[in-house]
Design a protein around this ligand. Sequence first.
Ligand SMILES: NC(=O)c1ccc[n+]([C@@H]2O[C@H](COP(=O)([O-])OP(=O)(O)OC[C@H]3O[C@@H](n4cnc5c(N)ncnc54)[C@H](O)[C@@H]3O)[C@@H](O)[C@H]2O)c1
Length: 270
Amino acid sequence: MFDFKDRVAVITGGASGIGLGLATRLASEGMKIVIADIETSALEKASESLRASGAEVLGIQCDVSDKAQVEALAITAYEHFGNVHFLANNAGVVSRHKAWEGPEDWDWVLGIDLMGVIYGVQSFVPRMLASGEPGHILNTASTAGLLAFPGIASYNVAKRGVVALSETLHHEFTKSALSVSVLCPGIVDTNIGTSERNREGIDYKPEPDKFLPSDGKENLTPDEVADIVVDEVREGVFWILPHKHYGEQALEQATRRISGGTPVMPHIHR
Ligand SMILES: NC(=O)c1ccc[n+]([C@@H]2O[C@H](COP(=O)([O-])OP(=O)(O)OC[C@H]3O[C@@H](n4cnc5c(N)ncnc54)[C@H](O)[C@@H]3O)[C@@H](O)[C@H]2O)c1
C-alpha cells in the first residue's frame, strides 16, 4: 500500500491534461510536487495555480525526449526536495499517420512517448533504489498499448513499448521497495488532440479532433482519471484501466491468438 503524504512526486507532462489532474490530486494528498513540461507558459500557469492551492511546487522546463534534460530534471528534483518517491512518466504526444508514412512522425512520437519514459526510468530508478525508501513509478501508456488502432501507428508502437517496459519493471522490482503501475486510459478530455502545438519545425494548425473520433460517451476528465490512479496505486494495482471494456477487448484479442484468428478492429466505446 503506497503512502503519498509528505512524499515527493515528479510528473512529466504535468502542465496539462492527465498530468495536471494528477499533480492536483497528489498535492491534495499532501505530496510535494515537481511538474516537468516542455511548454513553458502552461508550466508557469500550472505551477502558480497549484501553489495558490497551498501546494509546494517546483516547475521545471524539460523535453523528455532529450536524455540530458531528463537527467537534469532528476538532479534538480533531488537537489530541491532531497528525495523522489513517485515518478509519473506521463508526457505524451500523438500523430496521425499510417504505418508506412511519416518517418519524422515516428521519430517525434517514439522520442517522447517511448524514449521519454525510458529516460525517466534510467534517471530516477537508480536514485529511488539507492534511497531505500518506498517508491512508485506510474507509466502512462494508453489503450493503444493493448490494442492497435489504425491511423496512429507510431503511438500504438510507443505505448505497447511502455506496457512492456512496465511489466519488465514489475518483475525487476521484486524484493525492492519500488513498485510500478501502467495507466491505460481510453478517451480523456485533454489537449492531446493539439499535441503538435509543441512540435518544432512544423507549421502548426490546431486540429483538436485529429487524435481519435469520439462521440464523447466514454470520455473521462483528467480529475476522474487522477482519482482512479491514486486509489489504485494506493491499493497496489498494476494495470490501471479507467475504461474496463478495453481490457475485455484485449482479452478477446489474446484468445484469438491461440485460436488462429486475425486481429479484430478495436472499438472506442461500447
Ligand atoms: N487524452 C487521452 O485520451 C489519452 C488517452 C490515453 C493515454 N493518454 C496519454 O496521457 C498522457 C498525457 O496526455 P494528455 O492526454 O493529458 O495530453 P495533454 O496534451 O493535455 O498533456 C500532455 C503534456 O505533455 C507535454 N509534453 C509534450 N511533449 C513533451 C515533451 N517532449 N517533454 C515534456 N513534456 C511534453 C505537453 O506540453 C502537455 O502539457 C500522454 O502520455 C498520452 O499519450 C491520453
